[in-house]
Design a protein around this ligand. Structure first.
Ligand SMILES: Cc1cc2nc3c(=O)[nH]c(=O)nc-3n(C[C@H](O)[C@H](O)[C@H](O)COP(=O)(O)O)c2cc1C
Length: 179
């Protein structure tokens, strides 16, 4: 089954989780870029502005067509208790043509419920699985196990989609847990 992980990350946290999830599924990775929100103080101020109702930021063109995949996994940092504006901008032209979706989010502490609810509203579909990672989870080194559990639950929730390409064997996950 073809899987796409499409994500936005301003400071790298969501990007790291995206790579881990993509490795679990052998998925293609699509990074959404928004130069206006890039790292640094001007980028942070711009990002904050999008939370206060400023126009959605411009994003650079992306390479991959989500309609070519059986499953799309969306990743975002939580911004003001919702999804980050660059992912919202990416979804603006694609949300209604997506295949089955799952999502993951990273945050300092809170706002996951609103983030996943907003993604479901924008895509018009219920997420097959969701993963919430806090800064505390990362400090405690819990993100690897959380990612593994997310991948397992997603495989369980999308069994029908795996008909032609079986998921990886269980022993591969044990190796992953070992390091
Ligand atoms: C504009 C902005 C708004 C944010 N809002 C929240 C929030 O509502 N709740 C929260 O716990 N963290 C919030 N954060 C922190 C980020 O969600 C968190 O640092 C995230 O892991 C960053 O991911 P990244 O490194 O992939 O950009 C916010 C950060 C920014 C820049």
């Amino acid at each position: 089954m073809r899987v796409l992980v499409a994500y936005y990350s301003r400071t790298g946290t969501t990007a790291r989780i995206a790579s881990m999830i993509a490795a679990e599924f052998g998925a293609d990775l699509e990074m959404i870029r928004s130069p206006a929100c890039a790292s640094g103080i001007p980028g942070a101020l711009h990002a904050l502005g999008t939370c206060l109702g400023a126009r959605p930021p411009a994003i650079l063109p992306t390479r991959l067509n989500p309609a070519d995949y059986a499953l799309v996994i969306l990743g975002t940092p939580v911004w003001a208790l919702s999804l980050a504006a660059p992912l919202r901008a990416w979804l603006a032209t694609r949300a209604r043509n997506l295949p089955a979706c799952a999502a993951f989010a990273t945050a300092s502490a809170a706002g996951f419920r609103g983030t996943f609810a907003a993604i479901e509203t924008l895509t018009g579909q219920k997420l097959r699985a969701s993963l919430a990672i806090t800064a505390e989870d990362i400090c405690a080194g819990r993100e690897h196990l959380a990612t593994l559990r997310f991948a397992e639950s997603l495989r369980g929730a999308t069994t029908r989609l795996w008909r032609h390409t079986p998921p990886r064997l269980a022993h591969h996950h044990e190796t992953f847990l070992g390091w």
